[in-house]
Structure formats: C-alpha cells, structure tokens
Design a protein around this ligand. Structure first.
Ligand code: SAM
Length: 231
C-alpha cells in the first residue's frame, strides 16, 4: 500500500506526509469491516486506489486549502477523510444517516489525532435546517442520483462555493436529468472533469456545481417528497 500511495500522490502532485495516517486508516477500516458493513473493497491495493487516491484526486482538481468542507453520505469516510488527511488545513464535517458509520469515523479521528473534524449523525435534508449556505465546498460520492442529491447538498453550500459531485464517466443522462433541479436550487454546472485514478485504468468524473444564489427556503423538502417528486 505504501508504494501505491507514494506513487499515486506524487503523480497527483500532492504531499505524501499523510501516508502513515492513510495506512493506519486502512487497517482500522479492514478491522471494523469484519464486524460491520463499511466497504466491499478490502484488498489493501484496492483501498489505496479506489478509496484513497480516488478521493485525494479531488485535491488536484479544486482548491480545498483552508476551506470548510462537508462530505454528505460519507459512509466509511469517502471522499472526506482522505481529503483531510492529505490536506490538513480543511475544516471538515462528515455526515451520514447511519450512526454506526459515524461512530467508526469518530474512532478514526481519535486514533489519528485529527483536529477540526466534525462527525455528525444525521440526514442531509434535516442537517440543512441549521447549516444553510454554510460550507465552501460540499462533496458526495455514491449517495443518490444527481437530481435528488442536488436538493440534499446545494442548500448547504455558500454563495460562490461549490458542490462537487463524484460520478461515473457515463453520467451524461443523469446530469441532464438534474439540470432543472440544479438551477432551481441556485446552482450552475461550471465544468465536468474526467480523471483517471493513478495506478489504475479506472476513470471517474467530478461535476463542479457552483452556487450562484441562495437556495429558496422551501428546499430541501422531506426525503419522501424529494423522492416522490424530484425537482
Ligand atoms: N460516500 C461513501 C463512499 O463513496 O464510499 C459512502 C457511499 S454509501 C453507498 C452511501 C451512504 O450515504 C451511506 O452510508 C448512507 O447511510 C448515506 N446516506 C444516504 N442518504 C443519506 C442522507 N439523506 N443523509 C445522510 N446520509 C445519507
């Protein structure tokens, strides 16, 4: 794992000081995964590429330095935790609706002595009540389709900030279906960037959605309404 991370982070032009912390995080992940469902990816080389380098690649694509960042539906901490480990100036909030995953992330933070990380148990659509227009950047990977996800994430983003949505490279239709929702919520697609995870032939996509104006207070609606009647 160490060599893969060394080569991968170097290829991305990122600092390598976080490698020991990433290796420890991987050990904690594999250990805890034996007793609870955190990830289907358990081979160290795959954790290094498909979790850590996939997440860290965002640091090459956008400026996270000193930013307030919320990772929505973070699960076992992706992409949020590797972003924080590689770029420690980030002030991070990790949000997930499953408390056991949040408890695991609190253990990781304590073990790695990470500061300025809030691990929050909650649903994004409810979290927005107290955190509207609050974050410079909101990230999300593998949580919901973009149409619904935009209503969960965009209300949390400050004007001028970004919702960075990690998607597969065949997400054209999904993006098209989400255009009305993004506009209604005060966002605008600024660019779409495909990248290849170092050490693999796997390509993923990062969709940059800029917050152009405040989201109307009537959003987000309850999850039942978002699902039944997506914008
Ligand atoms: N982002 C992680 C990753 O890429 O490995 C986890 C992806 S996992 C498939 C989706 C996660 O989103 C789950 O941990 C689930 O509990 C969480 N989730 C789903 N809907 C949510 C919501 N409305 N608010 C907060 N978390 C949510």
């Amino acid at each position: 794992m160490e060599q893969i991370l060394q080569a991968g982070l170097t290829e991305l032009g990122l600092p390598t000081a976080g490698i020991p912390a990433l290796i420890r995080y991987s050990e904690l992940l594999v250990e805890k995964n034996k007793v609870m469902n955190l990830t289907a990816i358990t081979e160290p080389a795959d954790i290094a590429t498909l979790h850590f380098l996939d997440s860290a690649a965002l640091l090459k694509l956008a400026d996270f330095k000193g930013k307030t960042v919320a990772d929505i539906g973070t699960g076992a901490g992706f992409p949020g935790m590797p972003l924080k480990i590689v770029e420690p100036s980030i002030r991070l909030t990790l949000l997930d609706s499953l408390n056991k995953r949040i408890d695991f992330l609190k253990e990781v933070c304590a073990d790695l002595a990470l500061t300025e990380v809030d691990c929050v148990h909650g649903r994004a659509e409810e979290f927005a009540a107290n955190h509207r227009e609050h974050f410079d950047i909101v990230t999300s990977r593998a949580v919901a389709n973009l149409q619904m996800l935009s209503e969960l994430c965009l209300p949390l983003v400050k004007e001028g900030g970004y919702f960075l949505s990690m998607k597969s490279v065949d997400s054209e239709q999904e993006l098209n279906d989400a255009k009305t929702a993004i506009k209604t919520l005060g966002g605008q697609v600024e660019k779409v960037v495909d990248y290849t995870i170092p050490g693999t032939e796997v390509s993923h996509r990062l969709i940059f959605i800029k917050k152009m104006k405040k989201t109307d207070k009537k959003y987000p609606r309850t999850f039942a309404k978002i699902k039944k009647n997506p914008l």
